[in-house]
Design a protein around this ligand. Structure first.
Ligand code: ADP
Ligand code: MG
Length: 321
């Protein structure tokens, strides 16, 4: 199938339909109007077959993950996701694959209020690059660099399930079928905390989404904010399935350094932390205090086990390392 036929058939009207979109797929560029009082947050993520996902992953899971990783970046900024462009390297023009991929992309994008307004389609290895754009009220944004000494550190939802599921898929660890079934959805169908991000805007001092592992992402905040962070291992929120795994002699490392969690990690002043109870109730999402921000010293992040410093050394997943 020719490139333009693919675009016309599968990628022309995906996601929501916004009145601020003046020109969408079909011209040399898309044109959008940023509503008065808002500015744009822009982020891009690439997923390459064999590196970020395994060969043969279903097109539905792939489309879902591609949007999730990008939506999670919008969540971390407190932005309202609005538009996206999609650049694809396609190795085979399998119509069934294209149909399934674009259908899920459409449904998921629509569910989050995102319109796909353009892209690029080329032949090559399967590589998907999505650029996402979201709206932020002028002058408002959550960043990695605002953490203040005395802030409390919070984490949304639970962490570790996705990293744990991945170890089984990679053949690094045997997990019993029941446990695997319980943790697999976290890896395959992560739910980005988009609504939470918007609610935290104006309340927190710093925020990041947990994509590389909780400790690694804590380090990003500490580094950019020029502070250090103390984390209490026992307070890290785990699913019942992960707790079970720990009780049977499992490792904590996937919860602290597993990655792919797509939860939000943020720091907030003690005075403002009371607001979190309301937000947590309204959105039905748990928000757990896991540590505190202290003055910068020789370690960016220190781990404590029941109040005592632990020497546990963990390296989060990093590209090129
Ligand atoms: P050009 O040669 O001007 O770059 P293209 O032929 O690459 O134009 O693309 C034609 C139109 O289709 C453009 O509006 C582009 O944004 C859009 N487009 C191309 N590939 C995709 C895709 N995978 N998803 C969405 N829109 C796409
Ligand atoms: Mg092009």
């Amino acid at each position: 199938m020719a490139e333009f036929t693919i675009i016309e058939k599968y990628f022309t009207e995906l996601g929501s339909d916004h009145k601020e979109t003046l020109l969408s797929v079909g011209d040399d560029a898309a044109v959008v109007e940023v509503p008065e009082g808002f500015e744009l947050a822009i982020s891009v993520d690439t997923m390459t077959e064999g590196i970020h996902f395994m060969k043969g992953l279903s097109p539905e899971l792939l489309a879902h993950k591609l949007l999730t990783v990008n939506l999670s970046d919008m969540a971390a900024m407190g932005a309202k996701p609005r538009w996206a462009t999609l650049a694809m390297g396609l190795d085979a023009h399998d119509e069934e694959w294209l149909e399934r991929f674009s259908t899920t992309l459409h449904k998921t994008a629509k569910a989050y209020g995102v319109q796909i307004i353009g892209g690029d389609t080329t032949e090559g290895p399967l590589v998907l690059t999505l650029t996402i754009m979201g709206l932020l009220p002028i002058g408002m944004r959550m960043t990695r660099c605002g953490a203040k000494v005395g802030d409390k550190v919070y984490c949304s939802g639970v962490v570790g399930d996705a990293g744990l599921a991945l170890t089984k898929l990679l053949g690094e660890q045997a997990l019993d079928d029941e446990l695997f079934a319980q943790v697999l959805p976290a890896l395959h169908m992560p739910a980005p905390q988009v609504t939470l991000g918007q609610r935290l805007l104006g309340q927190v001092n710093s925020c990041i989404d947990i994509s590389d592992g909780l400790i690694g992402d804590c380090e990003h905040i500490a580094n950019r904010s020029n502070v250090s962070i103390n984390i209490e291992l026992r307070n890290i929120p785990l699913s019942p399935a992960y707790r079970n795994y720990i009780e049977q002699g499992g490792f904590m490392r996937y919860a602290v350094a597993g990655g792919d969690d797509y939860q939000l990690l943020f720091t907030i002043s003690e005075e403002k932390a009371a607001v979190l109870e309301t937000i947590s109730k309204d959105l039905d999402v748990s928000l757990t205090e896991i540590g505190s921000v202290v003055a910068r010293d020789d370690e960016l992040v220190r781990l404590f086990d029941d109040g005592k410093p632990t020497t546990m050394k963990l390296k989060s997943f990093q590209h090129f390392s």
